[in-house]
Design a protein around this ligand. Structure first.
Ligand code: NAD
Length: 546
């Protein structure tokens, strides 16, 4: 079964708001990893519960009036309710369970019974735009990890060329870094090479190291197991004069010890067979291999590499006693941006017209001269990112910037200079995510695992009239690790859309700033106090003796 998002100016739905959401549902499958199983990315992240649910969602969106709301429960449509013209058109909750039920075993059992799915962050919320979605984040991350040093002549060692992982060599290349990426599945290597994201596929480790360090090829893939290859490189790093990788990380789907990480000693067919026959054994062997990979990463850190986990829960799943000596990427590098509400914003030209993308990109590149890095990113992205699915862009924008851009785009749509555009973001954002081992690790106030924030976010997003509001739960092993809120708002050129874009996007990023100010981050407090700020923070300490 292949799905392709409809392009063009003819719509099937009664409004562009619904049509844009429908095209996004189609698009996540168009660019997804296993569309035949409705799997979009992150090993099992699905767009809908099952095919009957998918077809029912499509039918419901086609008929949906602007004063109605389609209700989705874990990827299955359960009904349409009368709301009002500025209410969300779709609300969705995926895999949320009370704490005592949030176990891996219960998740897998319920998944087998067709009762639940893992919605990823953006899969079931129809916001995934392929590797493009994390390209900007990976770029920001590698840039921060380089600590202001130039990337030229430096190299990254990493693994995983899946839906998200395939962003790594492209982002690194934008910074002048070379990449050696280890991938177990040759089909994933071919896919990225065909998309223009790889310069070379090495036959063995010697060749890979020569290529990447000589600068002969910038993006080099090596077929192999990350645990084995990282261990080999760590052993070589003991030799004097070995040029260690400057950055070391990983994007295998390690969050899932059963389906996401190939254990050493198994080939792909053997892995698939064993995980059906003896899943506990696969998990045991995967965790053992992950521990070896972690051991190698720690050795490379000792040898001088900058090592960090890039949000795949490798440290949690590896159960290596020293795994948490490896820092998480958010706490180590990206939190200062989140404090200012700056995070992974994105837009999609739902007409499918590249010229529409150019209009939005052009505005983004000119509207924020005080942050020249935005224009720099847009220029690089336009030059270097291979297209995937509907024309889309991720771009790290902050509080106030997102709504400013979106409203300006809405004006262009109204003037007929651009087709409708959908604005969204990754769930891993300033207010949208709680994950104590990814987004909210090491929060200053110890609120790492507190899920109030994404829930408040979803409430505010609904109040602001976002077109789609989603609340997901799951994470490592798909249970008990994260809670997130997702949002999509459509610029259809109407004055009502301008109001929704302004409100919903500002509420979202404003809550992100407040959350970090409340947690005690001075950068966030400064953003609250900045001249013209529309965020009012309430300090209960001031009322202590009142
Ligand atoms: P994916 O399932 O599409 O791809 C994982 C890839 O890893 C596959 O190509 C697989 O063949 C490969 N792989 C598995 N085990 C391997 C091994 N032992 N050695 C070498 N290759 C191996 O997953 P994805 O969508 O690319 O996501 C990767 C991870 O990143 C997930 O854990 C996901 O949750 C996480 N993630 C992080 C962020 C972030 O913001 N940092 C964003 C999205 C996803």
């Amino acid at each position: 079964m292949t799905v392709r998002a409809l392009r063009g100016s003819e719509r099937r739905c009664r409004s562009w708001r619904a049509e844009a959401l429908l095209r996004m549902l189609e698009n996540v499958l168009e660019v997804g990893e296993r569309p035949e199983d409705l799997v979009v990315y992150a090993s099992l992240g699905k767009a809908a519960r099952d095919w009957p649910s998918y077809r029912a969602i499509v039918a419901a969106l086609r008929e949906l009036e602007e004063d109605q709301t389609l209700v989705l429960q874990t990827g299955r449509p359960v009904g349409v309710l009368r709301t009002h013209a500025n209410a969300p058109m779709v609300v969705s909750a995926v895999n949320n369970t009370v704490g005592r039920w949030a176990t891996e075993e219960r998740f897998y059992q319920r998944m087998r019974d067709g009762q639940t799915i893992w919605g990823g962050l953006t899969a079931a919320a129809w916001q995934y735009i392929g590797r493009q979605g994390v390209l900007a984040g990976t770029y920001e991350l590698f840039r921060a990890a380089l600590a202001g040093q130039p990337g030229e002549g430096r190299w990254v060692l990493t693994a995983g060329l899946g839906g998200m992982g395939s962003a790594q060599p492209i982002s690194a290349g934008m910074l002048g870094l070379s990449t050696l990426v280890v991938e177990a599945d040759p089909a994933k290597i071919d896919k990225l090479r065909d998309a223009g994201g790889l310069d070379a596929v090495a036959g063995d480790l010697d060749e890979a190291l020569t290529l990447v360090r000589s600068g002969a090829a910038r993006a080099v893939a090596l077929r192999g197991n990350a645990a084995t290859v990282f261990t080999d490189i760590a052993a070589r790093a003991q030799a004097p004069g070995f040029d260690v990788p400057d950055l070391v990380t990983d994007q295998t789907a390690a969050h899932d010890a059963r389906y996401g990480y190939l254990p050493e000693g198994l080939d792909l067919a053997g892995w698939h067979e064993l995980r059906e026959r003896d899943p506990a054994e696969v998990e045991r062997r995967a965790r053992e291999s992950m521990s070896r990979q972690v051991e190698a990463m720690l050795a490379l850190a000792d040898a001088g590499s900058v090592v960090f986990e890039n949000g795949n829960n490798l440290r949690v799943q590896a159960s290596h006693p020293r795994a948490f000596e490896i820092p998480g990427f958010m706490e180590a590098y990206l939190r200062p941006l989140f404090c200012r509400g700056i995070g992974p914003f994105r837009w999609v030209a739902v007409s499918g017209d590249e010229d529409d993308l150019a209009v939005v990109d052009g505005l983004a590149a000119t509207l924020f001269p005080e942050r020249p890095e935005v224009a720099e990113w847009i220029k690089l992205a336009r030059e270097r990112i291979p297209p995937q699915g509907l024309p889309a862009r991720s771009c790290w924008l902050g509080h106030g910037e997102r709504s400013r851009l979106a409203v300006a785009v809405n004006d262009e749509v109204r003037a007929g200079r651009c087709g409708p555009v959908l604005f969204s973001r990754d769930h891993l954002d300033s207010a949208g995510m709680t994950h104590p081992k990814i987004g909210t690790e090491g929060m200053k106030d110890g609120s790492d695992g507190v899920t109030d924030w994404p829930l408040l976010d979803a409430m505010l997003l609904s109040a602001g009239g976002a077109d789609l509001v989603a609340v997901h739960s799951g994470g490592g092993g798909y249970a008990g690790w994260m809670q997130s809120a997702g949002v999509s708002v459509v610029a259809d050129g109407t004055p009502a859309a301008a109001g929704r874009l302004q409100l919903a996007l500002d509420l979202d990023s404003g809550l992100g700033v407040l959350r970090h100010a409340t947690a005690g981050y001075p950068e966030a407090a400064e953003a609250v106090d900045a001249p013209g700020s529309d965020v009012i923070s309430i300090n209960t300490e001031e009322y202590r003796d009142a």
